[in-house]
Design a protein around this ligand. Structure first.
Ligand code: SF4
Length: 268
C-alpha cells in the first residue's frame, strides 16, 4: 500500500470501510521502526494552552508527521513540506534537559505533533529516559493508534486524548480505534477533548459522549470550540453553549468548555 501525505483519494480507497478496525497500523511509516532517530518539528518551552492543564509550563517536543488530515490543523503546511529535522535520541534528550536548566523545571514534557505515536519505536527509548530523569510525561495524541499506545502507556503520566469525529476533522471516523485507545489510556491519568467546529454534528457529539460514558463517565471531557488567532468560532461556541454542553453533562460528570488559549495569547 502506498500513501503520501495529502493523498486523500488514495486514503479513501484504502479506508472506505469505517467498520474495519483502523488500518492506520498498516500505513507505511518509514520512520516508525527507527528507535534512535526521529523527525522533530521543534522543541521549545511554553505554556500549555489547552485542556485541564491550561497554564502550566511545559517543554514541548513536536514530532513531524501525523496519520490524519484535520482541516483545522496548524501543522499541515509544515507536514506537507516536510519541514522537520532528523534528530538522534541523545540530541532530543539533551535539548529537553537544556531547556529545563535554562527555563526552570517544567510541569511536564509534552510529546505532541503531528502524532507522537507515529514514532512509537523512538518513544520506547525516549520515555524511559525522561522518567529516569524525574520528568513527568504528557502525551498529546489523536487517539487513533491503540496498539502503539499499548507499547508505551507505562511510561506516560498524562494522556491528553483527542476524539476526532469526521464532522469536525473532515477526515474519516475512528470510533473503534478511539474505543480501544481509551480503554488502554485509562490505566493512567487521561482526559478527552473534542474540537467543535461549525460543522460538528450533534450525532458525533452524542457518539463521543457515549464512548467515554461506557468506559468511565468520570473522565474529564473537554469541548474545545475551534480557535484561531483572531478569536473563537462564534458558531462553534454557540453550538456548545446551547446544545452540546448539556448533552454531555447528562452522562458525564466532568464536562468543561475550554478554548485553545495559546492562539489567543499569541504563544506557541
Ligand atoms: S491529528 Fe492533530 S496533528 Fe494530526 S492532522 Fe489532526 S490536528 Fe493535525
Amino acid at each position: 500500500m502506498s500513501w503520501e501525505f495529502g493523498d486523500k483519494e488514495k486514503m479513501k480507497e484504502n479506508f472506505n470501510d469505517n467498520t474495519i478496525d483502523p488500518i492506520v497500523h498498516s500505513l507505511p511509516t518509514p520512520n516508525s521502526q527507527l528507535r534512535t532517530h526521529t523527525e522533530i518539528s521543534e522543541i521549545f518551552s511554553s505554556i500549555q494552552g489547552e485542556g485541564p492543564y491550561l497554564g502550566v509550563k511545559q517543554t514541548f517536543v513536536r514530532f513531524g508527521r501525523c496519520n490524519m488530515h484535520c482541516h483545522y490543523c496548524d501543522e499541515l503546511e509544515k507536514m506537507k513540506e516536510g519541514r522537520f529535522q532528523t534528530l538522534s535520541l541523545e540530541e532530543v534528550f539533551s535539548q529537553i534537559k537544556q531547556l529545563s536548566e535554562k527555563e526552570g523545571e517544567p510541569h511536564s514534557v509534552s510529546l505532541t505533533g503531528g502524532e507522537p505515536l507515529f514514532y512509537t519505536s523512538f518513544l520506547e527509548n525516549l520515555l524511559p529516559q525522561l522518567k529516569q530523569a524525574g520528568l513527568k510525561t504528557y502525551l498529546e495524541t489523536n487517539g487513533t493508534l491503540p496498539k502503539e499506545l499499548e507499547r508505551v502507556i507505562r511510561y506516560v503520566d498524562i494522556v491528553a486524548m483527542d476524539l476526532k469525529p469526521a464532522s469536525s476533522t473532515l477526515d474519516r471516523d475512528f470510533w473503534k480505534a478511539h474505543e480501544a485507545f481509551l480503554k488502554c489510556a485509562v490505566r493512567q491519568e487521561v482526559f478527552v477533548k473534542v474540537v467543535v467546529t461549525p460543522e460538528t454534528t450533534a450525532s458525533d457529539i452524542e457518539r463521543s459522549v457515549e464512548l467515554v460514558k461506557n468506559i468511565q463517565p468520570r473522565i474529564p471531557f473537554i469541548l474545545q470550540p475551534q480557535s484561531e488567532a483572531i478569536g473563537i468560532s462564534v458558531k462553534a461556541l454557540s453550538l456548545i453553549e446551547t446544545h452540546y454542553f448539556e448533552l454531555a453533562k447528562k452522562f458525564l460528570s466532568d464536562v468543561r468548555i475550554i478554548p485553545q488559549m495559546h492562539k489567543i495569547w499569541g504563544v506557541r
